[in-house]
Design a protein around this ligand. Structure first.
Ligand code: SAM
Length: 408
């Protein structure tokens, strides 16, 4: 889509085409295009409207019902922050007293819209003209145009003395190819500029890839890892006055709560674990229960803190499975009951599973080079029972734990 096609979508004719596209999207694309054309929609406008309708359908998973009125590009949607994560961050910024915020590289505006919904005045800057125009349209569609304004330009030139806080979510994909960028120095705006913001603005937050190397965390900053329903989605650096603790894991449970509650506010529950990020958990033998920590806890290096909460131990100092004598309910880890601990041997494992009539097995692994799907084929499972198999190491030795899942 280009700016001209986008402008056409913003006319009354374009708006009618979008409504018609929403009614037919999701089915066969040729039938949908034919339906729009037979309703008198010109071919170019029909194609643009159908693309939007398709992107809006996909965006519903990220933004909930708000996706229905948004303008989207494929690349912008892929890079946008999930609604539930953006909302949580916006609430924290508001609670810290941030009343004006620059969003440097605001994309389609997912973070900026959440901040505006939390009552923060947001100045978005976006280098790509079409994305900037869509972000402004998204502000208007959400009824937030007086709280979130967008200028098209280079974020590095923005005068940050105008605002009380800065948020930056640098592009981590190559423009044009969409390929992921793993080297922070190749981010846009560049990493030096992004991390230098903290020295210029007392309230700075930077969104980063969840794979961020801890060595890159600026001194004094809080690094937060966020998961949604068990999937690790992002990390953020909270700098200056916003830094509360060295490391934080935030677990959002979207599936446990409505995305938007009856009064239009966020409803997803969340759990947080904090700590230094450099503590070490005690190491012992495997015990009766195994805890598989949430990926946000693991990436935040908070396994030792979780071990303290659960009175648990590791069985190998470099592997993030915890073991305890009791199954303590926790949102921070999944708990399995261990029935057998075997040094890894395909023959012995196959014999044991046959004896137990295990026909279905989930296979988890940490610290094992085995390929779960190949192992599953090699096991030739048959029977009516289910088991969880955990491939790991115990004191350095390849080990398989046969487990029974506990009710969540
Ligand atoms: C990861 S996206 C932001 C997504 C946004 N936080 C959201 O959730 O919708 C980064 C954006 O920064 C923009 N960008 C990259 N370098 C920029 C620069 N120097 N000035 C302004 N915008 C820039 C890109 O065009 C891209 O749209």
């Amino acid at each position: 889509m280009d700016l001209e096609q986008f402008d056409a979508l913003r006319t009354p004719e374009g708006s009618a085409a979008l409504d018609a596209a929403a009614r037919v999207a999701g089915g066969d694309p040729l039938t949908a295009a034919a339906a729009l054309r037979s309703a008198g929609v010109p071919a170019g406008l029909a194609a643009a409207a159908l693309t939007q309708a398709e992107l809006r359908r996909r965006a519903a998973g990220k933004f909930g019902p708000a996706a229905r009125g948004m303008f989207l590009t494929r690349a912008g949607l892929e890079q946008a922050t999930r609604g539930v994560v953006a909302r949580r961050r916006a609430e924290r910024l508001r609670a810290a007293g941030v009343a004006t915020l620059a969003d440097l590289g605001c994309g389609l505006g997912a973070d900026a819209l959440a901040a505006a919904r939390a009552g923060i005045r947001v100045y978005g800057v976006e280098a790509d003209p079409l994305t900037a125009a869509m972000a402004a349209a998204n502000a208007q569609a959400a009824g937030l145009a007086d709280l979130f304004t967008v200028e098209c330009g280079d974020a590095t030139a923005f005068d940050v003395t105008r605002v009380g806080g800065v948020f930056c979510d640098p592009a981590r994909r190559k423009a044009g190819t969409g390929r992921r960028i793993f080297d922070p120095n190749a981010y846009s705006p560049p990493w030096d500029f992004v991390t230098g913001l903290a020295e210029r603005v007392p309230h700075t937050v930077v969104k980063v890839a969840p794979g961020l190397d801890h060595a890159l965390i600026p001194a004094g900053a809080e690094a937060e890892w966020v998961s949604v329903d068990g999937d690790l989605v992002e990390a953020a650096l909270w700098c200056g006055a916003l830094a509360g603790v060295p490391r934080r894991a935030t677990l959002l449970r979207e599936k446990d709560g409505p995305l938007v509650n009856a009064s239009g506010r966020a409803g997803a529950p969340f759990y947080q674990l904090t700590g230094s990020g450099d503590a070490e958990a005690p190491v012992g033998r495997p015990r009766r229960f195994l805890y598989d920590p949430d990926p946000a806890v693991v990436r935040a290096h908070l396994v030792a803190e979780l071990a303290g909460v659960l009175d648990a131990t590791l069985a190998d100092p470099s592997i993030a499975y915890l073991y305890g004598d009791e199954a303590r309910p926790t949102p921070f880890a999944r708990c399995l009951e261990i029935t057998d601990v075997l040094p890894f041997s395909l023959k012995r494992l196959r014999a044991l599973l046959r004896e137990r009539r295990v026909g279905r097995a989930e296979i988890l692994k940490r610290g094992s080079a085995l390929e779960p799907e190949k192992l599953r084929r090699d096991l030739k499972l048959a029977g009516s029972e289910a088991a969880s198999l955990v491939l790991t190491r115990v004191a350095g030795a390849p080990t398989v734990l046969v487990c029974r899942p506990l009710p969540a």
